[in-house]
Design a protein around this ligand. Structure first.
Ligand SMILES: *Cc1c(COP(=O)(O)O)cnc(C)c1O
Length: 368
């Protein structure tokens, strides 16, 4: 593997295949797999990731916003795409581009029916979202009668699936709450099915749900983070491989004396004779200012170099006093070994945020 000569996000598709196969191995053969590719496929490259997953015969995609689905359609993706969080202003586009909306409230249901009727649609597939405790998006259990009435009064749309989302599927301490969510979802599903008179697909689990609640896979699961190599636990992380490796380079090395300062606001002061390296990655690339002042770190020739001073827009400075390295050497921000989840912990955040923060300015390099 050639060494990075500028800041680069490598995307390893052998790891993506591995993660997909690992997650699939947790499912019954008939359970469908929806790949969540929102937010540039968790900061990677949604188009390339979706194309690769299509070659693996993934059943469904999900994105958060309509524009993300449009980008996939523009790139030639033909697999069904669920839009998790559409707005009324998007409904015509959704229909034009064969995207499938999550219908999460009475307002959204009524308006989508109106527009589907105007557009002369028959049985347009939609996905009915129920709230079972996350209290974010979704109908309540007692909305079923209203939904069924609306659906029975139109032939323009059909409930292709009914779904909900777990609030704490990764958290063992919240097991009772999660089991209650599963129970509530089952009740909603059976009430809905009885009243509507046909059986939509049911789905509930995200990655941690797939791993921790095999009894709740229903007809389909929705995996995001697991595909990208993180299982929200040290144990599961061992079975998955991070697809993204964020690498950079030492642009310049400085030797500084005691009491000299580094960076804006003179936030770091040398304790003695020290060696610093300047690296071309900053908060505009996704290394948040929270990582400044020794919270965050990078790896150079296998050794940990803490970020000193404040993170700049386009650069960080790291302490390399005890590291054998030279200008032009490769820098690892995270990879399969030095994990994004570890870097995340240092600033009290999670792998999801580190990955999705990598800005579009950082070049992506697909490695097949
Ligand atoms: C983002 C999202 C997922 C994926 O969750 P992971 O924990 O990344 O697997 C699944 N379902 C919904 C509704 C989501 O918003």
């Amino acid at each position: 593997m050639s060494k990075a000569q500028e800041t680069i996000l490598e995307l390893h598709f052998d790891a993506l295949t591995h993660n997909y196969n690992y997650l699939k191995s947790k499912l019954k053969p008939e359970t469908k797999f929806l790949a969540v590719v929102k937010a540039f496929a968790y900061g990677s490259d949604s188009i390339e990731v979706a194309k690769h997953l299509e070659t693996l015969a993934v059943d469904y995609f999900a994105v958060a916003y309509t524009s993300e689905g449009v980008a996939l359609r523009d790139a030639g993706i033909t697999t069904p795409i669920l839009v998790l969080h559409p707005q009324v202003i998007n409904f015509k586009t959704i229909i034009e581009r064969c995207l499938e909306p999550s219908i999460y409230s009475p307002r959204i249901l009524k308006t989508f029916i109106e527009i589907a009727e105007q557009e002369n649609q028959k049985n347009y597939p939609v996905h009915i979202k129920f709230n079972t405790g996350l209290n974010r998006l979704g109908f309540w259990h007692n909305d079923i009668e209203f939904i069924v009435n609306q659906l029975k009064n139109t032939s323009s749309i059909v409930a292709k699936s009914l779904f909900s989302h777990l609030a704490a599927s990764e958290d063992e301490n919240e097991k009772d709450f999660t089991l209650k969510q599963i129970e509530d979802f089952k009740n909603i599903a059976s009430n809905f099915e009885t009243q509507i008179g046909y059986q939509p697909w049911f789905h509930l689990c995200n990655t941690s749900g797939v791993i921790n609640y095999p009894e709740a896979h229903f007809n389909m699961v929705r995996c995001g983070i697991g595909l990208y190599g993180f299982g929200n636990s040290a144990k599961e992380d061992q079975n998955l491989k991070p697809i993204a490796k964020l690498k950079s380079i030492i642009s310049q090395i400085h030797l500084i004396e005691k009491n000299e300062t580094v960076g804006y606001n003179r936030a770091y002061k040398a304790k003695g004779f020290e060696k610093t390296a300047t690296i071309p990655i900053g908060h505009a690339d996704g290394i948040s200012r929270q990582f400044g002042n020794k919270k965050g770190f990078v790896f150079i020739n296998g050794q940990k170099a803490p970020i000193i001073g404040n993170v700049c827009m386009d650069m960080i400075m790291v302490n390399i006093t005890n590291i054998d390295c030279k200008e032009g050497d490769e820098v690892i921000v995270f990879d399969g070994n030095y994990k994004a989840s570890t870097l995340a912990e240092s600033a009290n955040t999670i792998s999801y945020e580190i990955l999705t923060a990598i800005s579009q300015r950082v070049k992506r390099k697909i490695i097949k």
